[in-house]
Design a protein around this ligand. Structure first.
Ligand SMILES: C[S@@+](CC[C@H](N)C(=O)[O-])C[C@H]1O[C@@H](n2cnc3c(N)ncnc32)[C@H](O)[C@@H]1O
Length: 178
């Protein structure tokens, strides 16, 4: 059985996972405030760490992902779902602290965002998969396919088109590199 951690699990914890949340009125098995300390688990404890609609809420996104990286094993998976910065929902929830793009996690990639290994962090992730969901009308017109299947088009879309052809959520699957 894979060992799965669902951080910020809310009321609907991922099946088979250990749930962590700051709020006791959730399905959490372990209460922990990521803004106040580390996850109460040893290094390399999990095959998969999931954070669905969590990263936009925490005070320090870099430190939080470093914690995911620490508790996941080398070669394990970190799965993150978060709103695209052009989704109105990204701005509607007053507890959202940041608005992210498809490149916000490039700071964790080998070489780093600026070609420097430790611009913000030493934790390293490899992008296994990224699915960007668009509003329904743009999906039906085929833009979602283009955004997900041509990296150059995704960049062009975010630079020039995305406040008209708006995004919804991004689903990142990362491989943990240690
Ligand atoms: C938008 S909800 C998402 C819940 C669930 N993952 C889902 O997709 O239905 C965000 C969750 O993250 C939790 N959360 C927010 N800040 C947190 C923190 N600093 N430490 C731990 N959990 C936090 C909240 O209590 C809430 O349950």
């Amino acid at each position: 059985m894979p060992r799965i951690l669902d951080v910020g699990c809310g009321p609907s914890k991922y099946p088979g996972a250990i749930g962590v949340d700051v709020n006791p009125n959730t399905a959490a098995d372990v209460l922990c405030d990521l803004d106040r300390g580390r996850l109460p688990f040893r290094d390399d404890s999990f095959d998969e760490v999931r954070a669905v609609h969590l990263i936009e809420h925490v005070e320090n996104a870099i430190a939080t992902i470093e914690e995911f990286h620490r508790v996941a094993r080398s070669g394990g998976t970190i799965f993150i779902v978060t709103p695209h910065y052009t989704d109105i929902a990204s701005y509607t929830d007053p507890t959202h602290r940041r608005h992210l793009s498809s490149e916000s996690f490039h700071y964790f990639y080998p070489g780093g965002k600026h070609g420097q290994e430790s611009w913000y962090t030493h934790a390293r992730l490899r992008e296994r998969r990224l699915d960007v969901k668009l509003l329904r009308v743009w999906r039906l017109l085929g833009f979602e396919l283009l955004v997900n299947h041509a990296r150059w088009f995704r960049r062009f879309w975010e630079q020039y088109l995305s406040f008209v052809i708006r995004g919804k959520v991004m689903e990142f699957t990362f491989e943990v590199m240690k």
